[in-house]
Every structure is written in structure tokens, then in C-alpha cells.
Design a protein around this ligand. Structure first.
Ligand code: ADP
Ligand code: MG
Length: 430
């Protein structure tokens, strides 16, 4: 998918009310933001708009709140089912308790913490008490050039995720221009991510622009050799990506738990390794497709295997054709690390999605570490997509050596699958 979309720089924003969809879905623990990367990432677009004299209206979701700003507080289906399973005389009290818990989301999942953080970072922000309600309307109307406000959590309304046109219209009526800069939700057609674009001229911010520039170029016109590294737990999560990338890459490197589905399909013993038995045929099809396209398809030649799925499990290294009964593969082995690193070193473009093993645990993180190092040192155009792989790269201190670390796990996967992202497709073409 190639996108050539207008950005904030292609539209006159001076003196205009600009609604900006950000990704402020930051992790919060005990009332403290534990990782402010997403807020920092959003600042470039906000600062540009402020400098241009726009009236800036920010919005975002955070977490999965109850829809507390809807007329009637709604409970989700699972909760309703749980309550209905209770004895009749207990249902009323259980419902009241659940609703009360929902009401607490208004404090727990309020974006107030983000407004405070942005203010501390030098962008003074006022928070509206609602999203499309009277407070948001009044505050938006009173904005002066260069001022910034933030709407409450858009998911306080069920209408957001349903992409209800009435909600999108109300949101759009606060502003004159729409800027989408939330790549992490660009694969979802929600009110604030796509719906508003039906009513306002819509462009992208700097974050989305970088995502589509770097990833789009890599997929359409890669510097070769083009090497894709795919890992993670399951083949089923990555079928779309493998299918799409097989058409484009020179080398496809497989690691992580998904390797064992390929091995079983090929008739290798895999012990108790994670395996999707309903994907064996597909695995063979993918191997055949790779061969057909002349893609160099690399599977691990050795593995770090363990007795059980535990951080401190006994482990050893073994070749891929002789994993014993009762043992499971939790990482790629040293020989594989060397082989993969060599292939990565010669690459022109690298796309990496999914760790090579259970990288959360030190004993099984060696493969992911080695691949991260190889990518960092390769000099190739390097793109990291996927939450766990991005986290590993950051934790290992290689973040600034990569060309691009995608800010959206699910969205970058869908991008790599070649799917259309509604939050980007809705923006004005250049
Ligand atoms: P990303 O978020 O980068 O797309 P995934 O979510 O697809 O990556 O995969 C990451 C998960 O895969 C991690 O939780 C990791 O523990 C798991 N994983 C990797 N290798 C194995 C393995 N050999 N066995 C079981 N789980 C694995
Ligand atoms: Mg993940």
C-alpha cells in the first residue's frame, strides 16, 4: 500500500481550530506515567501547530474504559453475562457495584494525567471535562491562536469504537481541520481515527507521515537485499505478513515459537515446543511459495531448549533435527544467531517483527539480542514493527541505531500485510 498523503505542512492552519488525534494511550501505574514515549512522540506535530498559530484541540483514547459519558452507563457484554449468571436476588447489587466500578474509570482513565505531563513538558494544556459535551464546546470556542486543549478520553463514548457518524460529526464540529497523528490506532475505523475525516479536511501529522514514508518506501522500492525477520509466538499472528513479504523480500528469516510449526510440518521432532497443528499445511504452502519466488527462507539450525516453560528452567542447545521428547524450544541457538547475523549484515533493508525467543527471560533472550545487534550494526535501512520486538530493541539500547521503530504494533502489522489502514486512507491525497 503506497500512501501519498497531505501533512500538516500542506494545509494552512494559522488561526484555525485543528483537531489532532494523538496516541496518548500511555501506561500508568499508581497514578504515574511509566513510559512517556508516546507523549514525547506527539510533541513535534503539536509544537508545529502552536508555532503556526493554530488553535489546537487534542484527543486520544486511553485504555479500555466503560462508556461513562454515554447517556446511560453501559456495561460490557462479558460483565452482563457474569451478572446474569448470579442468583436473581444478587443481581441488583452486583450491577450497582459494576456500574460504580465503571464510574471510577472516569478518574482512572482520564486524560488529565496527559494534560499535566504535556504542561510539564512545556506545552500548557487545558483539559475538557468531556469529549463532545458542553465543556469541550465552550473550551474549544474560547481557544486563542497558539493555545492547546485536550478532550477527555474518546472511549468514554461507546460511539467512538462503533464509528457512529453522529459522534464523529459532533467531534468534527469542534474544529475546522483534522490531523491524524495516531498511527497506533490507524488500523481501526473509529470516530476519532477515521469518522471525523468525513466532515473536515484531513491531513496527517509528523508521526504518521514518517510511518508511511519509511514503511511504504521499504515495501515498494526497497534497497536490496531486502531481509525480513519474523518471530514471535505464533504463525497464525503473522500469516498475512509472511504472505505479503514473501512477494517482496530476498530473504525471510524465521525465529521464535512459530519456527516449530514449520519444523513439525517438515517432519522434524519438536518435543513440547509451541506448535499450531492446524497450520501445518499452511506452513508447507508458505515454504513452497518461498521456493517458487526464489526467496531464501531461513529456519533455525539450532535451538535453546528447556524442560519447562519457566524463566529458570534447565536449558541446553540442540540442533533442529534432534529436539528430544519432553523438551521445548524457547530460543534460537548460537549457530543460528551467527547464520542470521551474517545474512542481516549484508542487507540493504531489514524489516523485523517478533522476537527470536522468549526474550522476556534472560536465558532465552540471546537470539533476540544477537539479531538486534546485527540489525543495529548492519547499516541497512531498518524498520522494527511489533510491540515486543520494539520493546526488546529499546531495552537493549539499540533504538537510536534503527531507521524506524514503528509506534503501532497492530497497525504496523497490518501495514506490512499490505492492508489498507482506514485512519490513513481517509486523509487527503497530495
Ligand atoms: P511482537 O509484539 O514484536 O509482534 P509477538 O507478540 O508476535 O511479537 O511475539 C512475542 C511473544 O512471543 C513473546 O511473548 C515471546 O515470549 C513469545 N515467544 C517467542 N518465542 C517463543 C517460543 N519459542 N516459545 C514460546 N513463546 C515464544
Ligand atoms: Mg506482541
Amino acid at each position: 500500500m503506497t500512501y501519498n498523503k497531505k501533512s500538516v505542512e500542506d494545509i494552512d492552519v494559522a488561526g484555525k481550530k485543528v483537531l489532532v488525534r494523538c496516541d496518548f494511550n500511555v501506561p500508568v501505574k499508581d497514578g504515574v506515567i511509566t513510559d512517556d514515549k508516546r507523549i514525547v512522540g506527539a510533541m513535534k506535530t503539536i509544537e508545529y501547530l502552536v508555532a503556526q498559530g493554530a488553535k489546537v484541540i487534542l484527543c486520544s483514547h486511553m485504555g479500555r474504559p466503560h462508556n461513562v459519558l454515554d447517556e446511560k452507563l453501559k456495561l460490557d457484554k462479558k460483565e452482563i453475562k457474569k451478572i446474569e449468571a448470579l442468583p436473581a436476588e444478587e443481581q441488583e447489587a452486583a450491577k450497582a457495584a459494576a456500574l460504580e466500578k465503571g464510574a471510577k474509570d472516569i478518574t482512572k482513565l482520564s486524560l488529565g494525567i496527559v494534560a499535566d505531563d504535556l504542561t510539564k513538558k512545556g506545552i500548557p494544556v487545558t483539559l475538557a471535562a468531556d469529549v463532545i459535551g458542553p465543556d469541550a464546546q465552550a473550551k474549544a470556542a474560547a481557544l486563542k491562536d497558539g493555545e492547546v486543549m485536550l478532550l477527555e478520553n474518546v472511549r468514554f463514548h461507546a460511539a467512538e469504537e462503533k464509528n457512529d457518524p453522529e459522534f464523529a460529526k459532533a467531534l468534527a464540529s469542534l474544529a475546522e481541520i483534522y490531523v491524524n497523528d495516531a498511527f497506533g490506532t490507524a488500523h481501526r475505523a473509529h470516530g476519532s481515527t477515521a469518522g471525523v475525516a468525513d466532515y473536515l479536511p484531513a491531513v496527517c501529522g509528523y508521526l504518521i507521515q514518517k510511518e508511511i514514508d519509511v514503511m511504504g518506501k521499504a515495501l515498494d522500492d526497497p534497497k536490496r537485499p531486502f531481509v525480513a525477520i519474523l518471530g514471535g509466538a505464533k504463525v497464525s499472528d503473522k500469516i498475512g505478513v509472511i504472505n505479503n513479504l514473501i512477494e517482496k523480500v530476498d530473504t525471510l528469516i524465521i525465529g521464535g515459537g512459530m519456527a516449530y510449526t514449520f519444523f513439525r510440518a517438515l517432519g522434524n521432532p519438536i518435543g513440547t515446543s509451541i506448535c499450531e497443528d492446524d497450520k501445518l499445511e499452511l506452513a508447507l504452502e508458505l515454504l513452497a511459495k518461498a521456493k517458487d519466488k526464489g526467496v531464501n527462507f531461513l529456519l533455525p539450525v539450532d535451538n535453546v531448549i528447556a524442560r519447562e516453560y519457566k524463566e529458570d528452567a534447565t536449558f541446553m542447545r540442540i540442533y533442529s533435527d534432534s529436539i528430544p521428547d519432553g523438551w521445548m524450544g524457547l530460543d534460537i541457538g548460537e549457530k543460528t544467531q551467527e547464520l542470521y547475523s551474517k545474512s542481516i549484515a549484508g542487507a540493504g533493508t531489514v524489516v523485523w517483527n517478533g522476537p527470536m525467543g522468549v526474550s522476556e527471560w534472560d536465558n532465552f533472550a540471546g537470539g533476540t539480542r544477537a539479531v538486534a545487534k546485527a540489525v543495529a550494526e548492519s547499516g541497512a535501512i531498518s524498520i522494527i514493527g511489533g510491540g515486543d520486538s520494539a520493546a526488546a530493541v529499546e531495552q537493549l539500547g539499540y533504538a537510536d541505531k534503527m531507521t524506524h521503530i514503528s509506534t503501532g504494533g497492530g497497525a504496523s502489522l497490518e501495514f506490512l500485510e499490505g492492508l489498507e489502514l482506514p485512519g490513513i486512507a481517509c486523509l487527503l491525497d497530495k
